[in-house]
Design a protein around this ligand. Structure first.
Ligand code: PMP
Length: 355
């Protein structure tokens, strides 16, 4: 068993559960409850399987061009990948290559420390304040790079763009990545600022607001130089990451802006309704601007609620981790799903009180 001493040992990221049963209300992985744009379905239905003989376009030009046009940047400023996880992993590998620790919040997307460990990047977690807000000063210390989601996950807290501008200006020697996985649900994107800050990179995904988690599409936008470095690493690793259907369907999704706005609008409306209802039931939460709520209850422990929900086929996300072990992250589903969730919680809390 000597070979084991040369193994790169890692503790992998743990994704939310994907239950097999069909009849569950699945509010645990921030997926979109609506189908992708109708044009995406048409492409799936008319897919020319003969073309699968061939390698896909390694530059995913069609998708890159559509994104460049949509976000008013040049195609050389766009990098696409297999979900934003792929894009972020490439960015960690490319830009976080110094001796100083990279910085990210203590409560944040739990893949960041996994990539840092895998790639042997030193890192430091900066504690959020008691309202789960970023403490800007923490990011003004020497560092080897910065990554922060806005809105943050799993808190849903949106920070003002001006804070990220200050962080980017104060760190000219580091790359600052803003992970905008949830920005379409109420935030303002920093994409228009990538020409102003030569160390700023914005990463987004098709998994939430574009309803395509299953297709795995993500992208980064920055200046041409940064995107060039990112491509050099990507093409030193695996040239053909995005498959042909993903490129075609992703492009169709970008082109249907009306549908995109319609489903995002619906989710925001349902989110605001859910906030009112959960507030009424005694839950506390910050004012999420994402497609999920991060809630805690004044008397019922989160873990108990989580298990009770699961037993009744309603899946939400719970982490047994410091500072957040009395919180649940609830993805916003359809109106009907959220009505069922609220009705269940109402009964559950009433019964619990009577016990
Ligand atoms: N960033 C954040 C903050 C996320 O919550 C997620 C979703 N798990 C991702 C990135 C990755 O999403 P995807 O790989 O599906 O694009």
């Amino acid at each position: 068993m000597n070979w084991e001493k040369n193994v790169r040992r890692v503790e992998p990221y743990v994704a939310g559960e994907q239950p097999k049963a069909e009849d569950v209300i699945k509010l645990n992985t921030n997926e979109c409850p609506y189908p992708p744009a109708p044009a995406v379905r048409r492409i799936a239905e008319n897919l020319d399987c003969d073309k699968l003989r061939l390698y896909p376009d390694m530059n995913a030009e069609k998708l890159v061009n559509a994104l460049a046009e949509y976000y008013h940047v040049s195609p050389a400023q766009v990098f696409v990948g297999v979900g934003s996880d792929d894009v972020l992993a490439m960015a960690f590998m490319t830009f976080f290559n110094g001796e100083q620790p990279i910085l990210f919040p203590d409560i944040t997307y739990s893949f960041y420390d996994v990539w840092a460990e895998l790639l042997r990047i030193p890192y430091k977690r900066c504690p959020l304040d008691e309202n789960f807000c970023i403490k800007k000063e923490d990011y003004l210390a020497p560092n080897g790079g910065i990554i922060i989601p806005n809105p943050n996950a799993p808190t849903g807290v949106l920070e003002d763009i001006s804070m990220f501008e200050e962080i980017a200006s104060a760190n000219p020697d580091s790359v600052v990545i803003v992970d905008e996985a949830y920005v379409d649900f109420g935030g303002r994107s920093m994409i228009p600022l990538v020409d102003k800050y030569d160390n700023l990179m914005v990463v987004q995904t098709f998994s939430k607001s574009r309803a395509m988690a299953g297709m795995r599409i993500g992208f980064a936008i920055a200046n041409e130089k940064m995107i060039g470095y990112l491509k050099d690493v990507k093409f030193s690793f695996n040239s053909y990451t995005m498959n042909m259907p993903a490129i075609e369907m992703g492009t169709a999704a970008v082109l249907d802006d009306a549908y995109f706005k319609e489903i995002v609008g619906k989710i925001i409306k349902t989110r605001e309704w859910t906030k009112e209802q959960l507030g009424r039931l005694g839950f506390a939460f910050s004012d999420s601007q994402s497609n999920f709520l991060f809630v805690t209850h004044k008397s019922a422990p989160a873990k108990e609620i989580f298990l009770a929900l699961k037993e009744n086929n309603i899946y939400v996300r719970y982490w047994n981790k410091p500072r957040i072990d009395n919180y649940l992250r609830i993805t916003i589903g359809t109106d009907e799903q959220m009505e069922k969730l609220v009705a269940f919680l109402e009964d559950y809390l009433k019964e619990r009180k009577n016990d």
